[in-house]
Write a protein that binds this ligand. Structure first.
Ligand code: PMP
Length: 327
């Protein structure tokens, strides 16, 4: 199925509908096809041990959706409308949630400029939609570290750009870098900052953390060039609650490489909705490869992963009230 809600200047959001998923008629001059005024979110619905269905922190996705909207000169969507649209699609597509308790129903809310207009300015009409698609476990047969490629040329976002927004254009700009990573036998690209080509930004679809020898977690700060990941935020809050030190500060590739050699950096992991947390194995680049420790899943990484997954799945106490029950 799909949920749709229309928007027009002067009218606001109107005509919410749930209908069978079908092609959307589009005029060739629809603004989004030319200027990519489009934003999206991604989250999962999954089964709880008692048979209920839940989402993880959907209010955080709603807030990020509106930050993306603001950056892309699009109208904000009421948080209530966003949450209700997710409830609707889950209710009607519940049968698509996989039987596998580690599987889930991936939810994709998005909005785009539907106005038929060829001038370059923010559109006055938009369409918001939600579709859903079943996904199996990210790791079948155990957690496997990702190998990452340091893109020598491509950046993800410059200061003042759209890096903090979840807009389609960011991903379009990243496709060449991702293809380059694949050519070098890597699972994901890791972007360096656009200005000095020195500091770590993030992976193609995940945020990055290092674990230092004293147990401190270090992750790049939210300065507008990386996506503010909801998993990133959850990892920070859980670690701090457990009394672990967390530093949000620039990490240079040199610090990572030298720390791997000296033992100062003990573990590295990436995080995002799809994988939750995945260890980072080898880092490959034009200056050669390096690996943190033995490149296998580290103890701290796997401990945080277990804690977060158990909260999400309703198997452990939920101290922050993150699990949002739908059914
Ligand atoms: N960075 C990028 C570029 C992403 O696409 C994602 C996935 N949404 C993330 C980070 C992780 O964000 P989240 O934890 O909210 O899924």
């Amino acid at each position: 199925h799909m949920v749709t809600v229309r928007y027009a200047d002067g009218k606001g959001w109107y005509e919410p509908r749930v209908e069978a998923r079908a092609p959307i008629p589009m005029d060739p001059a629809s603004a989004v096809l030319h200027y990519a005024q489009e934003i999206f979110e991604g989250l999962k619905a999954y089964t709880l041990p008692d048979g209920g269905v839940a989402m993880f922190r959907p209010d955080a996705n709603a807030n990020r959706f509106n930050l993306s909207a603001q950056r892309m000169a699009m109208p904000a969507l009421p948080v209530e409308t966003f949450l209700q649209s997710l409830h609707e699609i889950i209710r009607i597509d519940r049968g698509w949630i996989p039987e596998d308790p580690e599987g889930s129903l991936y939810l994709r809310p998005f909005a785009y400029a539907s106005e038929v207009f060829l001038g370059v300015r923010p559109a006055t009409e938009y369409l918001y939609l939600v579709i859903a698609s079943p996904v199996g476990p990210y790791f079948s047969g155990g957690v496997k570290p990702v190998t990452i490629w340091v893109s020598p040329d491509f950046t993800r976002a410059a200061p003042g750009g759209t890096g903090a927004a979840k807009c389609g254009g960011n991903y379009a700009a990243g496709l060449s870098a991702q293809a380059e990573a694949a050519e070098h036998g890597c699972d994901q690209v890791v972007y360096l900052d656009a200005v000095q080509r020195k500091y770590i930004d993030e992976l193609g679809g995940m945020n990055v953390f290092l674990v230092l020898d004293d147990g401190t977690l270090v992750t790049p700060p939210l300065t507008g060039t990386i996506l503010p990941g909801i998993t990133r935020d959850s990892v920070i809050k859980l670690a701090q609650r457990a009394g672990r030190r967390v530093e949000e500060r620039p990490i240079s590739l040199d610090e990572w490489r030298e720390g791997a050699a000296s033992g100062r950096v003990r573990e590295a992991f990436a995080c995002g909705t799809a994988a939750v947390i995945t260890p980072i194995g080898t880092i490959r680049g034009e200056d050669g490869d390096f690996t943190v420790a033995d490149g296998g899943p580290g103890e701290v990484t796997m401990g945080i992963r277990k804690q977060l997954v158990e909260i999400q799945r309703g198997l452990a106490e939920d101290p922050f009230g993150w699990v949002h029950r739908v059914l």
